[in-house]
Design a protein around this ligand. Sequence first.
Ligand code: ATP
Ligand code: MG
Length: 393
Amino acid sequence: MEYRTFLIKYGEIAIKGRNRYLFEDALVRQIRHSLRKVDGEFKVRKEQGRIFVDCESEYDFDETVEALQKVFGIVGICPVVVTEDEGFDKLKADVVDYVGKVYPDCTQTFKVDARRARKNYPKTSMEVNADLGEAILESCPGMKVDVHHPQIMLSVEIREKIYIYSTIIPGAGGMPVGTNGKAMLLLSGGIDSPVAGYMISKRGVELDAVYFHAPPYTSERAKQKVVDLARIVAAYSGPIRLHVVNFTDIQLYIYEKCPHEELTIIMRRYMMRIAEHFAKESNCLGLITGESIGQVASQTMQSLAATNDVCTLPVYRPLIGFDKQEIVDISLKIDAYETSILPFEDCCTIFVAKHPVTKPNVNVIRRSELKLEEKIEELVKTAIETTEVITVE
Ligand code: ATP
Ligand code: MG
């Protein structure tokens, strides 16, 4: 069957009352953005609680569906056959033709589900269901009606034109990006932070990101891996402005001045401070990390409290209650896993202590940080000034 149109189903955003149009407009915008990468010409239009994508040139079905599956806010993608309303006999013939082409073996159970957006149509929905059902049974004697658990739910929507479909390809769910502000993702080369970014973006949040690297201790390839991960997340979230901060001098200074078992915590506090600086500069309403309680020493409840202590913006930790395997499952689903497990060094692991504190006391940490007084402000200032911003599409 050759389809020229997709009907886009959206869930949650239909509930948003008077603001509904804002959500629909954002969804249309995101669909257009996502289809720009696909060969072909597409028209995206909004019509009475539905969004349609018309394919106006040759196009690749799989590639188009894949792009639509990356748009948050879509719950279902339905390839539809569109016909003009030229009388009921014509509709019957079109429906029989559709069923014959899509289900040639003719053995399934089915139910017709007609809907009239146009109430002046000469038949009621019930009549349309009954009459089309009868026509299908006549032309495909192997099929049976099952109104409770049909294998095929054949939808017929009567609007200006008539739309016939029976396949709903699952979408990404969530809410369209751009409907819930922007947040700054702390993106490392690991498994967790790309998943965290994906999850917050799924709720309609635009993303910027910050990555701390420590050349020459971390390589150009480790940085490239983070850029690649940002690109994978950006396929869902839209463009990300990735801030690449040179963290080496700050790390070395902490290493020189502070107790080694506190290194990770103090380092993470400086990451948060710098991330927050860029967050405020780019109008972000919060920070996002890939932390999960107890995963490593720096993610115990005490360590999280010590890290959080320096933040004034809300810190969103969508993986906080997840087990590693649950995070890996999402990482695989969004195709980030293969990239995340590439074995490049991370700036945190290089300066990591043999026995890091697992229950840091905030007051003790604050006191240790006083030892940095002499140079740290200057170092942070330089790190901020020399930050490279890469826009990742
Ligand atoms: P990930 O898999 O995301 O790297 P992780 O399990 O390795 O996480 P940590 O290294 O403790 O955990 O980092 C916790 C969180 O801190 C990360 O999820 C990320 O949000 C942030 N983070 C850690 N290192 C960096 C870095 N080099 N640049 C930016 N953010 C970082
Ligand atoms: Mg990490």
